[in-house]
Ligand binder design. Structure first.
Ligand SMILES: [Zn+2]
Length: 113
């Protein structure tokens, strides 16, 4: 593990993008932007280091969604309409991907399959 919370944040999101085969150049570039924006944010609020992995993932999720990419899609429940997993709790050192429809707890951030 690294001591730079932003490198850890980047690694967790990159893993979860790769797990869903979405780690293409465009998505990785969105991830890099999210990381660099949060680097500025951490300078303002050093205590945010514990939460930054979840925030980077949420920034990435929001921006990808704006670009028409749903990540990560839920494959855990029986709901057929396409929907996303969300990170819960929102501000937590160890957030988990949870199905927003069924509440199924799918995986910790950085450990999607
Ligand atoms: Zn679901």
């Amino acid at each position: 593990m690294t001591h730079d919370p932003l490198l850890a944040a980047r690694a967790a999101s990159l893993h979860d993008l790769s797990a869903r085969r979405l780690a293409d150049a465009a998505a990785v570039s969105v991830l890099e932007q999210a990381v660099s924006q949060r680097r500025w944010w951490l300078l303002q609020w050093a205590d945010g280091a514990a939460f930054v992995a979840g925030l980077v993932a949420q920034d990435l999720q929001d921006t990808l969604f704006d670009h028409g990419v749903r990540w990560p899609r839920c494959t855990a429940c029986e709901q057929t309409a396409e929907h996303s997993l969300s990170l819960e709790p929102a501000l937590d050192p160890a957030p988990r991907w949870v199905c927003s429809e069924s509440g199924i707890d799918v995986a910790p951030l950085g450990e999607l399959r």
